[in-house]
Design a protein around this ligand. Structure first.
Ligand code: 2OP
Length: 222
């Protein structure tokens, strides 16, 4: 019989908070390019996190997010001055939570809830505060402590060790399949939020359960 989940750990960007909300500001600054910029920006941000981890050349998530923005603007031939770049970066500190997130977390509040994110503490604290969730989370774990990004197993191990809960009793929740793959491979119980009916990657790794959004998680845990 499987042990019950004793703690929940959530990814931040894409899982709790919507990184594509930058599209609105991007569209205001560069009409007709908001969607393309927000998509390329996010894809490059993640690519830089993996490349830097593979090369052993860590730079924090704020820096690689800004680097990814510069690359994306150059690729799309958008002349983005420093002021515009700062405006877009600021949006990262106030991204909105997906609509179902707060009520779902309230239903899960009998368990210790934590965040484990690539974001720096300086990015995550204002983001959580902007969404009035400071008291919702027992811990906000950042990969910045370890200077390497998900899906390195050390990152998931850091959260498990800090919680003092066996990994098989920790439920890890992410909308990012690559993150779910890393967490499953590490040994967490995993819950993939597949909001957009994405196709799972061919990595030979299967999550414990799949939910179409966070509102389904309480039932998936029973
Ligand atoms: C995270 O929050 C980048 O979504 C990823 O760690």
């Amino acid at each position: 019989m499987t042990a019950p989940v004793r703690a929940l750990v959530f990814d931040a960007y894409g899982t709790l908070f919507d990184p594509f909300a930058v599209k609105t500001r991007a569209e205001e600054l560069f009409p007709g390019n908001g969607a393309a910029l927000s998509q390329l920006w996010r894809a490059k941000q993640l690519e830089y996190s993996w490349l830097r981890t593979l090369m052993g050349r860590y730079e924090n998530f704020w820096k690689i997010t800004e680097d990814a923005l510069v690359f994306s603007c150059r690729t799309l031939k958008l002349s983005c001055d420093e002021h515009q770049r700062k405006q877009l970066m600021q949006v990262y500190l106030t991204l909105p939570a997906f609509p179902e997130v707060k009520p779902a977390l309230e239903k899960l509040s009998h368990l210790p809830l934590s965040i484990l994110s690539n974001g720096t503490p300086e990015m995550l604290a204002p983001l959580v505060a902007a969404n009035n969730m400071t008291r919702v989370f027992k811990n906000i774990f950042s990969v910045d402590t370890l200077q390497m990004y998900k899906p390195r197993p050390e990152v998931y191990q850091h959260a498990a060790a800090s919680l003092g809960v066996p990994k098989e009793a920790i439920g890890f929740v992410s909308s990012n399949y690559w993150d779910i793959a890393g967490a499953t491979s590490f040994g967490f119980r995993t819950y993939w939020l597949n909001r957009n009916s994405a196709i799972p990657d061919e990595l030979g790794i299967t999550p414990t359960a799949i939910c179409s959004n966070l509102a389904e998680l309480p039932r998936a845990l029973t």
